[in-house]
Design a protein around this ligand. Sequence first.
Ligand SMILES: Nc1nc2c(c(=O)[nH]1)N[C@H]1C(S)=C(S)[C@@H](COP(=O)(O)O)O[C@H]1N2
Ligand SMILES: [Mo]
Length: 255
Amino acid sequence: MIKKRIDRRRFMIRAAQAAGLIFLAGCDKLSQSEWFPRLLGSAEGLTQRVQRMVTPRKAMAREYNEADRSVVFPTNGNVDPANPDYQALARNDFADWKLTVSGLVERPAEFSLSDLRHLPFRTQITRHDCVEGWSAIAKWKGVPLKELLDRVRPLPSARYVVFYCADPDETGQTYYESIDFEDANHPQTILAYEINGQVLPIAHGAPIRLRLERQLGYKMAKYVMRIELVESFKTIGGGNGGYWEDQGYEWYAGI
Ligand SMILES: Nc1nc2c(c(=O)[nH]1)N[C@H]1C(S)=C(S)[C@@H](COP(=O)(O)O)O[C@H]1N2
Ligand SMILES: [Mo]
């Protein structure tokens, strides 16, 4: 607990340094002053801006060695979508599955799993952090999202990439997520179709799931069925940019 607090304090000081807020004042004095915690502890937009200053958004997430991989990689959230259309696709090993990429693009397109497998790919051994308190390391292989975006040619008005998933919850709400273009074009942002050298199993999001290595697990949509480029996500779902965001989680879940 104390360690956490110290880490948090160190983080705030680094953030302030990055923001150019520390001039002559000593760190201690600064962090004891009245305005400092208020400045750094408030709205989410601010957290995001501060985080960007501390670790630039273009920075790479740490990558690990084969030997670091977790023996067991847990599954979380939905592990078998309660959706007859999805189940029909799964029975045929997703041979009839197609990913539509549309919205604010010059050239809407559809990609089969085989199309995606023939595009340039990336493998990365990274750590997944879930808000529920577990982490696990695995090797992921997939197509960089940027490869798809380059092909559909986003219009200048496009600001976010929305991922629509196959899985509904008990109330019928379907999982979805959204990211901005800075993350969409990040080299480690991939649509993964393999985990640890194996075809992505249903429990981990077959046929493809998003890997977004600089953010928390809930951002990494599994069972992606459709991608849409939009100017705003206010009219989608509950309007907060994602399934968990609609329940109050932060939209930008930077690690
Ligand atoms: N479609 C969909 N994507 C999802 C979820 C989900 O329930 N449905 N759960 C999220 C959460 S909270 C986490 S931690 C990871 C879990 O991925 P895993 O099952 O491969 O471990 O997927 C994320 N993406
Ligand atoms: Mo999670």
